[in-house]
Design a protein around this ligand. Structure first.
Ligand code: NDP
Length: 301
């Protein structure tokens, strides 16, 4: 099978497709034929050694959409032939940029029929991050004012839809050309972060997906007793405001919640562009430039 691997840390050019043996599922694992693999910032951060997940040779990628081909002893919840999606905790290292993966069966759910493999591969990591931030941590309630900073990105475009589905009044930051996109997702109030005069007030929840500088700009808008959930910044200084940081983890309950929203027509995955497996480096270049709307995805089978 083909797998994208890197022999050293570095730029997009270190990603190479090699041939290797197909893995076999161990106990409680499944073998999945990958149809599409989502791309996330952690992939290029790992590739470049900004985040350390293991020594090269290394294969990046956490998001999988595919078809179950084999069940290991004790694997539950899915069957051979099922179309599945997931962000599994891989037994050895992240390995989604490949023809096949093995991973725990409990980290997958069945893919909704109406969702393409490319859309499904864009969902797990970004969707679970948004879910864990807004549902598990912030517990967004109807009528609350929620600002998603970075609303047009992979995490943000899913976060705004989750907040809407929970009945919140949703504000979202993006550059002005993306405001139509934000409205199409249900955002009530797009905010142009490039406008130095843009202001927001009275937030119950700030979901911060951009970074520390941007988070500190919107922080004063959070009301006393409100909450800031950060996924891309760790330090905040705001007396009277709660702060929690999310580090996304595999979560079948969260995936089920996301899939239910898709079934109800309340959540859509926007895929800006797909790339063949051989062009993973090109996809990283585009992603690292920081302007992607929604998700980038590798199409594998
Ligand atoms: P993306 O690469 O998808 O973000 C791109 C988007 O960011 C673009 O649409 C861009 O819109 C927008 N953007 C850039 N600068 C700003 C700004 N100053 N204000 C508002 N929007 C801006 O990133 P992801 O959503 O996939 O990830 C976001 C961050 O979260 C990353 O740092 C990632 O590593 C982190 N992350 C952390 C996780 C965790 O578990 N803690 C899990 C997942 C992600 P425009 O073109 O309009 O600028």
């Amino acid at each position: 099978m083909r797998v994208v691997t890197q022999q050293e840390f570095g730029g997009p050019e270190v990603l190479r497709v090699i041939e290797t043996d197909r893995p076999a599922p161990g106990p409680t694992e499944v073998l999945v034929r990958v149809h599409a693999a989502g791309i996330n910032p952690v992939d290029w951060k790992t590739r470049a050694h900004e985040v350390f997940m293991g020594e090269p040779p290394y294969t990046v990628g956490w998001d999988v959409s595919g078809v179950v081909e084999e069940l290991g002893f004790g694997a539950t919840g899915v069957d051979v032939g099922d179309e599945v999606l997931g962000m599994p905790l891989f037994p050895r290292q992240a390995a989604a940029y490949a023809d096949y993966v093995v991973a725990p069966s409990r980290h997958f759910v069945r893919k909704p029929k109406g969702l393409s493999h490319a859309e499904a591969a864009g969902l797990p990591l970004a969707g679970l991050t948004a879910w864990q931030a807004l549902v598990d941590v912030a517990n967004v309630q109807p009528g609350q004012r929620v600002l998603v900073d970075g609303a047009a990105g992979g995490v943000g475009h899913l976060a705004v839809q989750i907040a809407k589905a929970r009945g919140a009044y949703v504000l979202g930051t993006a550059s002005a050309p993306k405001h139509e996109f934000l409205r199409s997702l249900g955002v009530d109030e797009p905010v142009d972060y490039r406008d130095p005069n843009a202001t927001v007030t009275g937030l119950d929840v700030l979901a911060a997906t951009v970074g520390e500088e941007s988070t500190s700009r919107w922080l004063p808008a959070v009301r006393h007793g409100g909450i800031v959930v950060t996924v891309a910044a760790s330090q905040i200084d705001a007396p009277g405001v709660r702060h929690r940081q999310v580090l996304v983890e595999p979560d079948q309950i969260g995936l089920t919640g996301l899939v239910e929203l898709i079934g109800k027509g309340q959540l859509k995955v926007h895929v800006e562009q797909t790339f063949p497996l051989e062009e993973a480096g090109k996809a990283h270049e585009l992603g690292e430039a920081g302007r992607v709307t929604g998700k980038l995805v590798l199409t594998v089978a």
